[in-house]
Write a protein that binds this ligand. Structure first.
Ligand SMILES: [Zn+2]
Length: 144
């Protein structure tokens, strides 16, 4: 559920619309989710930058698990929004997908998956169980 006081923190100006906003309810919920994650990212980044005595953050590199329920473009856009009044206001936000571990129930192989949908690299089976891949983390930041 989205409460009205949560929604009031969302950007309303036309220029703030995400690049591919379809203005549907599911999209707004998704954006809210990503904005929350983005605020968390900015908090972590500012904290690290302050501890390092930085004046500003120039670059932020994020790793998104293959199965993380996050749309990369939306998250990066939300990071820029969330960083507006922070040390990372002018930072270049980048994200890369990190692989997930899979186990094949057909042949018993363990494999690292870089993309979905996936098949077992050993036998081509689709009977894979996935482990991990839902994490999101800050890999490194550039400061000045
Ligand atoms: Zn297999």
């Amino acid at each position: 559920m989205v409460r009205s006081d949560d929604v009031s923190t969302l950007p309303r100006r036309r220029g703030d619309a995400p690049p591919r906003c379809r203005r549907t309810a599911p999209f707004r919920r998704k954006t809210l989710h990503e904005l929350t994650l983005a605020e968390h990212v900015v908090h972590i980044v500012e904290d690290a930058a302050r501890r390092a005595g930085a004046r500003r953050v120039t670059r932020v590199r994020l790793a998104l698990g293959l199965l993380a329920h996050v749309e990369t473009d939306t998250l990066l856009y939300c990071c820029q929004l969330a960083a507006r009044d922070s040390l990372a206001a002018d930072a270049d936000f980048q994200a890369e997908r990190s692989p997930a571990q899979a186990h094949c129930a057909d042949c018993g192989a363990d494999a690292e998956l870089a993309a979905l949908p996936a098949r077992c690299p050993q036998c081509g089976g689709e009977n894979l169980s996935l482990q991990g891949g839902e994490e999101m983390r800050v890999i490194d930041i550039g400061i000045s």
